[in-house]
Design a protein around this ligand. Structure first.
Ligand code: GLC
Length: 439
């Protein structure tokens, strides 16, 4: 068994620590301006056109069954869908607001179709629900709100009551966790600090008391006790969520130092929502390495797709998903049910390589981000390896012990207690994986 003890949390993390790889889907009215999901806050022309986006939102090509097939094919085991993002628009038929997809030309509960399609493909279901709401009349205007620069902002805020808004959130989360069956993940987003000394309302943030976070989580647990909740309300729950960067160690609990369940969320490009003209798309190599890096440190990866306003994954997103599909088809055994390699095995990890190990401890995986020449020393693995093979084609690799590297006149250059012989030519795999079956 893996030697790492992961902190026990309120939800059921057993499936999460096995499945490792998910799909994030950011979809809302912001797919129409197609220039970032924060455009309502950051882009005056988008802000002024938001009523038009509501008036014309009509994803006539929406095919969640195809999305689910694409996700499954990519090797993703769960999917988290934005039920409501910061814009406040609801992608589900809520009885607490008119600002919802059923009142647009879409005319139907888009979330319902997502849940049905992804569940039918065997993926677990997650809901993203924004704590932030730039449409709700009780959400106090603050440092990031679209109305922050209105001359009468103080007067506007006098009529706003965050307690009513916190109740609205509890009511909507109750709808989400009652009307759509078993939900496996709730991704709440996000708290942000007050900024003392800044001019009003730029000094206003929103923290756990603004959300009435304890009451919100109590509501969630009363409806779906095993659900996994992230920590962005500031009340620690089940999932730590480093975002848009590559952790270099297993994420720990700040106070206790315990290893915690964690998931890095990343975008294919520089935006969560569909952004037509944003072109910082990650390379295939980078995307595969991201997944391996997270699992090699005991974490999960959730990769985001931003569908366009027609309801499609665009060709760039589909090409990116195919990169995962091609690699996971042969190599998923080094991801699912795997975690960080035991400390004493990590010492053998060659340069340019990442290790993962099956949770049962029986199989060790070497992922060659940099493909080495001919043979690699595996110090400390003498007497521990029963068999070695490439994962992509199941071909045997020769594992040797007590090897001396000599040349014609018999000069011994180096001796190794354990080495693995590799073909000189790198296999036609983005990141080749070697499976070592341990004794
Ligand atoms: C950040 C972004 C938000 C996105 C979230 C995903 O909070 O601001 O738009 O939904 O990350 O984790």
């Amino acid at each position: 068994m893996s030697k790492y003890v992961v902190k026990k949390t309120p939800g059921d993390t057993s499936w999460f620590l096995h499945d490792r790889f998910g799909m994030f889907i950011h979809w809302g009215l912001y797919s129409m301006p197609a220039r970032h999901e924060w455009c309502k806050s950051r882009d005056v022309s988008a802000r002024n056109n938001y009523d038009k986006y509501f008036k014309y939102f009509d994803p006539d090509m929406y095919d969640p069954k195809q999305w689910a097939r694409d996700a499954k094919n990519a090797g993703m085991k769960y999917a988290v869908f934005t039920t409501k993002h910061h814009e406040g628009f609801c992608m589900f038929d809520s009885k607490y607001t008119d600002y919802k997809c059923t009142n647009t030309p879409a005319g139907r509960d888009l979330l319902r179709e997502f849940v049905d399609a992804f569940r039918a493909e065997g993926l677990r279901i997650g809901f993203y629900y924004s704590l932030i709401d730039w449409h709700h009349p009780d959400f106090v205007i603050d440092q990031i709100h679209p109305l922050r620069d209105e001359p009468n902002v103080k007067e506007l805020n006098e009529k706003r009551d965050m307690r009513r808004y916190a109740q609205y959130m509890r009511d909507q989360v109750t709808e989400l966790l009652t009307n759509y069956g078993k939900i496996d993940v709730l991704f709440l987003d996000l708290s942000y600090r007050y900024q003392e000394g800044k001019p009003y309302p730029y000094n206003l943030g929103k923290m756990k008391d603004d959300w009435e976070a304890e009451k919100l989580i109590e509501t969630v647990r009363s409806l779906q006790p095993d659900i996994l909740i992230n920590n962005r309300t500031q009340v620690l729950q089940d999932i730590w969520t480093p975002e848009q960067f590559q952790p270099t160690q297993w994420v720990k609990h700040k106070e206790t130092g315990e290893l915690v369940p964690w998931e890095s969320c990343q975008t294919f490009s520089g935006s969560w929502g569909y952004y037509r003209d944003e072109n910082t798309w990650k390379s295939p190599q980078m995307m595969i390495e991201m997944l391996i890096n997270m699992v090699s440190l005991g974490g999960n990866l959730i990769m985001n797709v931003g569908p366009n306003s027609r309801g499609c994954f665009d060709d760039r997103a589909r090409a990116a998903l195919q990169v995962y599909a091609d690699w996971m088809k042969y190599n998923s055994r080094s991801i699912y049910g795997c975690t960080m390699a035991d400390p004493e095995l990590l010492a053998a990890c060659p340069d340019g390589c990442r290790m993962t190990q099956s949770q049962d401890g029986k199989r060790l995986y070497l992922h060659f981000m940099v493909y080495p020449f001919r043979r690699i020393p595996l110090p400390g693995l003498k007497g521990k390896v029963d068999y070695a093979q490439f994962l992509h084609d199941g071909s045997e690799l020769i594992f040797k012990e007590d090897v001396s590297v000599t040349i014609m006149e018999g000069t011994t250059w180096e001796t190794y207690d354990a080495v693995l012989e590799l073909p000189v030519q790198k296999p036609n795999v983005l990141v080749p994986v070697v499976e070592l079956i341990l004794k």
